[in-house]
Design a binder for this molecule. Structure first.
Ligand SMILES: C[S@@+](CC[C@H](N)C(=O)[O-])C[C@H]1O[C@@H](n2cnc3c(N)ncnc32)[C@H](O)[C@@H]1O
Length: 274
């Protein structure tokens, strides 16, 4: 692969502008595998041809493919376990007390292929009472159309379901298909609504969510974008609502109005009740 600095810069700038995902000059080499995927997809045999194609006009399809290949969609069921336990044991009971009527809206804000949102739904279904379950609705969004397509299908392969999911949970909420893939049950799927959402550029619902999971996505953003996204999330939360970050992510060094609370050694972030 022999991309020139101008080619790396062109793609790095485009990806940054559209997604906030930052490729610093020292990391440009990481774009090589993205170029390879794109060249394969568009059946081109060199990176100059790819550059010429993108430079002349970026169609919505070319945009979507570039975004799909530029995002890291790594995820798995019950990732880091604790957030799901803390949600059902500590947070939902509190929110059910504070908000006694209507829906409890939860948002998996960079849900990738859906495992995070489904893990939330399974945790609530398995550990909360029917009343709580009936009041919860989960929005699951991502910028990657390809990831959302898989999430929407509700179908996962053997490897996906082996990563992080206890067998009893699998048997309860999934059925095995003839080709040995696993399909999530209709009941569970009905708790989750998938849609496209760019955390950097789309318009956030105001004062709407009781809980927001924003995990393992801010790491790809620079400080200013992180603060912008966190402030949007703050306005999107209801008073007393909670935000969960990924393992190892924190608000240290960032300007936000969140309050910190710790449960079972896990720090989560709350919008004050006022
Ligand atoms: C590493 S995955 C994390 C998935 C899940 N939250 C978890 O922790 O397992 C990061 C996801 O963020 C999405 N993403 C990256 N930039 C985004 C943006 N600007 N807006 C929305 N989603 C974005 C990617 O498409 C990817 O699916």
């Amino acid at each position: 692969m022999s991309a020139t600095p101008a080619i790396y810069k062109f793609f790095a700038d485009y990806i940054y502008t559209k997604t906030g995902i930052t490729y610093l000059e020292k990391d440009y080499y990481r774009l090589d595998s993205r170029f390879k995927d794109l060249m394969e997809y568009f059946e081109l045999d060199n990176v100059d041809a790819l550059y010429d194609m993108y430079k002349s006009n970026i169609t919505p399809d070319m945009h979507a493919v570039l975004i799909n290949f530029s995002t890291n969609n790594e995820t798995y069921f019950f990732r880091d376990k604790r957030p799901f336990k803390v949600l059902v044991k500590e947070i939902l009971p509190k929110l059910m007390d504070q908000y006694t009527m209507g829906l409890i809206n939860i948002w998996s804000a960079a849900s990738s292929t859906g495992q995070e949102a489904l893990s939330i739904a399974m945790s609530i279904s398995d550990k909360c009472d029917d009343k709580t379950l009936s009041r919860v609705l989960i929005d699951a969004t991502d910028i990657s159309k390809e990831a959302l397509k898989k999430a929407e299908s509700g179908i996962y392969n053997g490897l996906d379901v082996q990563r992080g999911m206890p067998i009893t949970t699998l048997m309860k909420h999934f059925e095995q298909l003839e080709n040995e893939d696993w399909k999530v049950s209709k009941d569970l799927k009905s708790k989750v609504r998938f849609s496209e959402f760019n955390l950097l550029t789309d318009i956030y619902r105001k004062n709407y969510y009781h809980v927001i999971f924003c995990r393992n996505v801010l790491i790809y953003q620079d400080k200013q974008n992180k603060e912008n996204i966190l402030n949007e999330i703050y306005t999107s939360l209801k008073p007393g609502g909670y935000m969960f970050l990924g393992n190892g992510e924190s608000l240290i060094g960032l300007e936000t109005n969140f309050e910190r609370e710790t449960y079972d050694g896990l720090t989560i972030y709350r919008k004050p009740i006022e």
